[in-house]
Design a protein around this ligand. Structure first.
Ligand code: ZN
Length: 147
């Protein structure tokens, strides 16, 4: 697993990612017929990229605010800051999400319409919550690579 702040640091290969987003203000979102308000704060969204361009293409889409809304997560990336992503080539999005099982789910069903295993693929990341050690280590390794 690596942590990156730019899509250019990621291979154009298939795999899983967890996008780190920060909402500066509450945001109303829709999941099907359900409306909910996400509080301001940090979020992690687990997804996978299997199409052309793989992880690099998908992350670069997420990191670009202007686009035609297609997925639930597009409601967030349109306004939230994307602070980086945890990435694993050949990884599995549901395994990523399961590793974050201690973090609260803000809206049931968000990002997991196609998934039968997970209650949602979006997690709230409270300030005092630490991530699994593999994730924290990836973030520390990325920080140590900064000039
Ligand atoms: Zn899942």
């Amino acid at each position: 697993m690596i942590f990156c702040v730019s899509a250019f640091d990621v291979a154009a290969a298939p795999g899983a990612y967890a996008l780190w987003l920060r909402l500066e203000a509450p945001l109303d979102v829709r999941v099907g017929k359900i409306s909910a308000t996400l509080p301001a704060g940090n979020y992690l969204y687990c997804g996978s990229a299997r199409g052309p361009g793989g992880l690099r293409a998908r992350l670069s889409r997420h990191m670009r605010p202007q686009k035609r809304a297609h997925w639930h997560i597009d409601q967030l990336t349109a306004v939230a800051s994307v602070l980086g992503a945890f990435v694993q080539e050949d990884g599995d999005e549901c395994a990523f999400n399961a590793a974050l099982g201690d973090l609260p789910i803000p809206v049931a069903g968000f990002g997991s319409s196609d998934c039968r295993r997970c209650a949602a693929h979006l997690r709230l990341w409270p300030k005092d919550a630490t991530l699994p050690s593999r994730w924290e280590n990836a973030r520390k390794a990325a920080e140590s690579r900064l000039p």
